[in-house]
Design a protein. Structure first.
Length: 90
């Protein structure tokens, strides 16, 4: 790709954010098992990933962090509702 002056444009390298990947992994696994433990971890890691991504323009993965945060909040709420329903039956 050539710039207007005839010099090639050097694009900055992007680095995937590992915290965003971990957050999404925890959120997805937490849907099926240990959600009451993994979903809060996913939420925490997603928030930390969003902070890292905002601080460093080379990091990518904001979509993964947003997905992990959304999944974590929704399924943590569902886990809490299930636990509350089971406790109320006792």
């Amino acid at each position: 790709m050539l710039a207007v002056s005839g010099r090639p444009v050097v694009e900055a390298a992007t680095i995937p954010c590992e915290l965003a990947n971990e957050a999404l992994k925890y959120a997805l696994i937490g849907i099926f098992c240990f959600g009451f433990i993994l979903q809060p971890m996913a939420i925490y890691k997603a928030v930390q990933a969003k902070k890292e991504i905002a601080a460093d323009p080379q990091l990518t993965g904001e979509g993964k962090a947003n997905a992990a945060l959304t999944i974590g909040i929704i399924f943590l709420g569902l886990w809490l509702l299930v636990i509350a329903a089971r406790v109320s039956r006792l």
